[in-house]
Design a binder for this molecule. Structure first.
Ligand code: ADP
Ligand code: MG
Length: 221
């Protein structure tokens, strides 16, 4: 279970202080999938980053299976992230000096969870098998987005945070990503938390939430 309690987060901007998250409390049970809807700028990426231990909240707690990740030190948090979580970033964050294949197998190798047949299956399902030896800059935005997703899946995390994972994909590839995401999370009882504008993707999640006015509300289960 991932539990968010009273999380607030502001940014200091030239015009003053911008309150983005104003007391978000929400429980994400293990094995369930959630969509987070919300207008651009409503704080979806900020919330995902706070939940993934990448950005510190001003107040509040994020606990994963009873471990409050914001009382751990940076290396404890990094370890928790490496062992339990994966993030599909909105801007992909691939490593440019590694090939697509190396980007995908890097983390499971590091974590000692390298499973070559699972990697092959994931890569095939996402239509990436013929670009494994290319470098990110030699591939399209959609291919990079699917690589970021493959990289997240193959480390077999307990929780996946995906930030607009179909934002750059055409209809066929959106369908493909949705299939892979739902199949994977059902089979491995992974929790999935997806910020998205895609109605189709949202409709495939167990629950739909909306981030509005700095708080997160359930709109459909
Ligand atoms: P969303 O993902 O829903 O589009 P974001 O979480 O990216 O929203 O951003 C929420 C708000 O916080 C936006 O107004 C954005 O400009 C602001 N913001 C995000 N990150 C920073 C930052 N590092 N510094 C200042 N403002 C930020
Ligand atoms: Mg965003």
């Amino acid at each position: 279970m991932l539990a968010v309690k009273n999380v607030s987060k502001s940014y200091v901007i030239p015009e003053g202080v911008q309150e983005v998250l104003k007391g978000v409390s929400f429980d994400f049970p293990r094995g369930s999938s959630f969509a987070i809807l919300g207008e651009s700028g409503s704080g979806k990426s900020t919330l995902l980053h706070v939940m993934a231990g990448l950005e510190k909240p001003d107040t509040g707690t994020v606990t994963l299976n009873d471990t409050n990740m914001w009382i751990l030190n940076e290396s404890g948090r990094a370890k928790l992230r490496r062992e339990k979580m994966a993030v599909v970033f909105q801007q992909y964050n691939l490593i440019n000096s590694l090939t697509i294949g190396q980007n995908i197998s890097f983390l499971p190798k590091l974590a000692g969870r390298y499973d070559s047949s699972f990697i092959r299956k994931t890569v095939d399902a996402l239509g990436l098998s013929n670009i494994l030896s290319k470098y990110p800059e030699q591939t399209s935005g959609g291919q990079q987005q699917r690589t970021a997703l493959a990289r997240a899946l193959v480390s077999k995390p307990s929780v996946i945070f995906a930030d607009e994972p179909t934002g750059n994909l055409d209809e066929d590839n959106t369908q493909r990503v949705i299939e892979v995401l739902t199949k994977f999370t059902n089979n491995m009882s992974t929790s999935l938390i997806v910020a998205t504008h895609s109605e189709l993707l949202a409709s495939k999640m167990n629950s739909v939430t909306v981030l509005e006015g700095g708080t997160l509300k359930l709109v459909k289960t």
